[in-house]
Design a protein around this ligand. Structure first.
Ligand code: GAR
Length: 191
């Protein structure tokens, strides 16, 4: 049984979709969702799913407390589902190729510090891009940088607003993020 911790910072629609997708899969479990925002909607979703959720401070991520919590709970794998803080180096080293992130654009474009959520879609529209999409990748020491697991594209029409792009990107996320996690689990654990 592979124990997966989900990290989120906001609404948590991806977290919910992932947990629903893996329901009934005996190879994986989701012991808890960790969130750096007390009022984030992901806590409501967690309640509904019957998965414990816990709030932590940025300082606890940085001082090793969260890494300790993961180790104490024998967490094998980490999914960043709309998690907006940088993962500290010690955690990346403790979980090599065991942390995956989703980014709502076609990396290496529109990635890096400050490029998250709506900022990404605004930048894509402002640049007049004809396509956008999602990138699921392993996490390394740099923002939005590790090895790509999967990319999927969607068209951006000249009349699309950032909200339109966000909606199309969300559709891709719901369809492909769970599959990308499955691919990573197969690659890393052979399940
Ligand atoms: C998602 O679109 C995800 O790709 C993005 O935040 C959103 C979270 O939505 N992540 C980033 O921008 C990371 N740099 P959700 O909370 O409803 O899953």
């Amino acid at each position: 049984m592979i124990k997966i911790a989900i990290f989120a910072s906001g609404s948590g629609s991806n977290a919910e979709n992932i947990i629903e997708y893996f329901k009934g899969n005996e190879n994986v479990s989701f012991p808890f969702i960790l969130c750096n925002k007390k009022d984030a909607y992901v806590h409501e979703r967690a309640k509904k799913l019957g998965v414990p959720s816990q709030t932590f401070a940025k300082s606890e991520l940085e001082d090793g407390s969260i890494l300790r919590l993961l180790k104490e709970n024998n967490i094998d794998f980490i999914v960043l589902a709309g998690f907006l803080l940088k993962v500290p180096e010690a955690m990346v080293e403790a979980y090599p190729h065991r942390i995956v992130n989703i980014h709502p654009a076609l990396l290496p474009n529109y990635g890096g510090k400050g490029m998250y959520g709506h900022h990404v879609h605004e930048a894509v529209v402002a640049a007049g891009e004809k396509e956008s999409g999602i990138t699921v990748h392993y996490v390394d020491q740099h923002y939005d940088h590790g090895c790509t697991i999967l990319q999927e594209k969607c068209a951006v029409a000249p009349t699309d607003t950032p909200d339109d792009v966000a909606a199309n990107v969300h559709k891709l996320e719901y369809a492909f993020f769970p599959k990308a996690i499955e691919m990573a689990l197969k690659e890393q654990f052979g399940v």
